[in-house]
Design a protein. Structure first.
Length: 444
């Protein structure tokens, strides 16, 4: 956990360090979302050529080896840019027999993650991309999946560029980067990831259009359970969730991101269902004994072993399974874990699934025991109703909320209500249309 003020500084820093597109797009989003509580309708017609190219490349299935997998295969808009395939806790590669060792996180709001750096004021590591912060920018991040043998599996940068040059986006690529855009492989590869990152920095990935945003703007009321959940979420003596998943705007006005981009070990056990454990030795020489050191592998500092980046909780109801290895199937399970991981006895088998552990009334040992945070979580003393209220509140963080989607209790209409209703209708026609759901924005 760390101070909110530092985030603001970091975001400013990132803005300055990266391209003008970041500087242009995000303030636009923040300004609009913040003042009216709803995001502007987002469609391609507002995209710059770079952003449009980035979008096309993000969905381009000719960029994997064998072809068939794109970035969007594991980061689908309908699932808040996570993997739609729930049959496995971690994602399958372009070769469907190969699997990554981690759960695909949402990319939404990740443009706000600063480069990884150490903050001496409160002894935290902050920022970076991936669960372990191993790259500093969206550009550097995008370079990896294209070449990772467990993901898009291209043998070389030249092979990737060759696919772009012979693929559906060759002309657009040249119109953005010049007629000689394919002559130098290194330059072309840098431009390719620059376009992908340009798309990832559009308001599509940061609409700030949840019910929570509407509530903060005074345009929606929370139900009693949602309200109770929010209070438990914020209360340091109860859920204490906001200590790391910050629920208030940054001083620069950026709405709450529900992460401070720091790292922690919340004590997640190994996931017995992780298909990575059964990969051939060339990909995983340690079998089921494979130990994921998280941030420790990035920094080399053993004090950070077992730590993973604090996830944003925006859209969390769409992004299961949960945790860096997808250990938890449901939000109830992970919130129960926060509540009782230091209280319930240890399961005798360290490879016990979350569902079985719940039935048995135990939790398996953490995958990496030495650095688990027992100060801020593990024994919250919440009742099962309080756990359920927190889960209900988390549902308000789903983007694309409109009042029309909220269910209202029917009451017999009075004349005054009919008049008000007609006035409302009139107003609705004069107001900009509410943001579309992802599925409408990206029909198959
Ligand atoms: C096979 C599935 C798969 C494919 C294909 C894939 N990703 Fe990912 N992505 C993941 C997983 C899993 C992680 C987390 C890996 C880790 O932390 O080690 C991830 C992490 C990320 C992150 C970091 C998010 C964060 O919270 O730090 C970004 C950004 C991202 N991917 C963008 C992309 C882009 C752009 C492409 C296409 C070039 C792509 N991904 C292709 C599965 C995939
Ligand atoms: C000390 C910091 C800290 C506190 C306090 C905290 N979290 Fe987290 N949270 C994290 C970290 C770190 C992760 C990623 C852990 C991992 O995957 O290993 C995480 C992950 C999650 C995830 C899974 C995210 C995903 O995309 O899979 C959920 C859900 C979550 N937290 C909810 C909560 C709730 C609800 C509370 C309060 C009851 C809470 N957290 C309190 C640090 C914290």
């Amino acid at each position: 956990m760390k101070q909110v003020a530092i985030i603001a500084f970091d975001i400013l820093r990132t803005g300055i360090r990266t391209t003008s597109h970041f500087a242009l797009v995000l303030p636009l989003t923040i300004g609009t979302a913040h003042s009216v509580g709803l995001s502007p309708s987002i469609d391609d017609s507002h995209f710059t050529p770079l952003q449009l190219l980035g979008k096309n490349l993000f969905f381009d299935t000719s960029l994997s080896n064998p072809t068939g997998q794109s970035c969007a295969s594991c980061h689908t808009p309908e699932n808040a840019f996570t993997d739609p395939d729930k049959s496995s806790p971690t994602s399958a590669g372009a070769d469907p027999n190969l699997f990554l060792n981690r759960n695909a996180p949402t990319i939404m709001y990740m443009a706000y993650s600063p480069a990884l750096h150490y903050n001496a004021d409160d002894d935290t590591n902050v920022g970076g991309q991936f669960w372990d912060g191993r790259t500093d920018s969206l550009e550097e991040q995008a370079k990896q999946p294209l070449l990772n043998p467990l993901e898009m599996a291209n043998p070389s940068k030249a092979a990737v560029i060759d696919s772009v040059q012979n693929g559906p986006n060759a002309e657009l690529f040249k119109s953005v980067f010049g007629m000689d855009a394919f002559t130098d492989t290194e330059t072309a590869y840098d431009n390719l990831v620059h376009a992908l990152a340009g798309y990832e920095r559009t308001a599509v990935f940061a609409p700030f259009s949840s019910k929570f945003d509407a509530y903060v703007a005074g345009n929606a009321e929370l139900t009693p359970a949602e309200q109770a959940g929010l209070e438990l979420f914020n209360d340091p003596a109860k859920g204490n969730c906001a200590a790391c998943h910050i629920s208030t705007p940054s001083p620069d006005g950026t709405p709450a991101l529900f992460t401070d981009f720091t790292y922690d070990n919340i004590g997640i056990p190994k996931n017995p269902d992780n298909p990575f454990y059964s990969l051939p030795a060339q990909y995983n020489p340690d079998g089921a004994k494979a130990l994921d050191l998280g941030l420790g592998k990035t920094t080399g500092d053993p004090d950070t072993n077992g730590q993973f980046k604090v996830s944003t909780l925006r859209n969390i109801s769409l992004t299961g399974p949960y945790g860096h290895n997808g250990y938890f199937d449901t939000l109830e399970q992970i919130v129960d874990f926060y509540n009782t991981s230091d209280v319930k006895p240890e399961c005798s088998d360290p490879l016990t699934s979350a569902a079985l552990a719940t039935t048995l009334g135990c939790w398996p040992a953490a995958e990496y025991v030495a650095t688990v945070n027992h100060d801020e979580l593990g024994n919250l003393g919440l009742t099962s109703e309080e756990v359920s209220d927190i889960v209900t509140f988390l549902g308000t963080l789903e983007d694309g909320w409109t009042e029309a989607r909220a269910t209202t209790v029917g009451e017999p209409p009075t004349l005054a209500m009919i008049v008000l209703g007609l006035l409302g209708l009139r107003l609705a026609y004069r107001l900009p249309r509410p943001p579309k759901r992802y599925s409408e924005r990206y029909p198959d």
